[in-house]
Write a protein of this length. Structure first.
Length: 128
């Protein structure tokens, strides 16, 4: 009986893929949300960071990421980059239009009918 099994080859089962499909999908969805909402600061930053994190964690000990995880990480990075670019550009435009941050604060006070000196002192006063 041992002789008949001796000549047969041993075919172990292939190793199980440890990647997390649900994390890949979540990374892709969050990356898309981050990319499409790049003008909404808080949503885009949170979703982009989570997309990158979940995409990397979805590897589950494997050496490579799946295509969905790679797409989620790329979309998350693009969403974060576009968010930073949009907000830096809007800040630069506001500075060029009003001359300085103080000019922006003065325009804000004029718009809402607030005394500028009181507003400035309340913003930058140091209370002991």
């Amino acid at each position: 009986m041992d002789q008949q099994f001796y000549n047969q080859q041993y075919n172990p089962m292939p190793p199980r893929d440890k990647r997390s499909r649900s994390m890949e999908t979540a990374s892709l969805v969050l990356g898309l949300i981050s990319f499409t909402t790049c003008t909404c600061l808080y949503i885009s930053l949170a979703c982009g960071a989570l997309a990158i994190l979940l995409g990397i964690l979805s590897k589950g000990g494997e050496l490579t990421m799946s295509n969905r995880a790679q797409a989620g990480v790329i979309m998350g990075i693009l969403g974060l980059v576009f968010t930073v670019v949009v907000y830096a550009a809007s800040f630069a435009i506001a500075i060029s239009a009003y001359g300085s941050i103080e000019g922006i604060l003065q325009a804000y006070c004029e718009m809402y009918g607030i005394d500028y000196t009181e507003f400035y002192n309340s913003l930058f006063s140091v209370s002991p």
